[in-house]
Design a protein around this ligand. Sequence first.
Ligand code: DHB
Ligand code: MG
Length: 221
Amino acid sequence: MTLDIWSETEDFLSGLLCPPDAGLERALRVSDEANLAPINVSALQGQQISLLARIVGARRILEVGSLGGYSALWLAKALPPDGRMVTIENNPVHAAVAIGNIRASGLADRVEVRVGNAADQLALLVEEKAAPFDFFFIDADQHNNVVYFESCLRLGRSGSVIVIDNAVRSGEVCNVENPNEAVRATQQVLDLVGSAEHVDGVVFQTVGKRGHDGMLVARIR
Ligand code: DHB
Ligand code: MG
């Protein structure tokens, strides 16, 4: 009953607030045809992160976990024409789908898909002395969220914003005895954000078609 009304409300809001976009619709269709797990952000969540990136004035965006490129498209839409985005994906099949979807949307000039282990790819970006990113979206294997978050801190600058998906997970996050490594890692990131001198953060709880969840939004001081 609750999920129904959450889902219905989300559809209503998406219908009004998320402009139709052939590239996004294609990305969902192709991801489904390629049997990718339907764990992409919803349209409303895509609009949420896209708008956040625009509010930040992001010119350089880094995403961890491309899946089929759906959230990458939402984020790339937030970039100015000379903006750049890197999205990291470990699974080559997912990466191929993402690359196809990004090309089909005409955004391939702005978005680079890096295929490989995210921790390694992030370390490589640090090594390459990549120009600082303004906005980060972490939505990958959650048990590695601490490593990803710490790398993003290194790859950001004062004012950069780091968003982490799935920070609430049906309220699982508040069970400190939870043995699930994904939950544990999120708790550690929350602890880090709450105690770090140089980071501010909050969790926006969400309900909708993905159930009860939330996004951690952190900003480097
Ligand atoms: C699930 C949802 C997500 O947003 C994600 O990143 C991973 C898994 C899920 O619903 O299982
Ligand atoms: Mg997610």
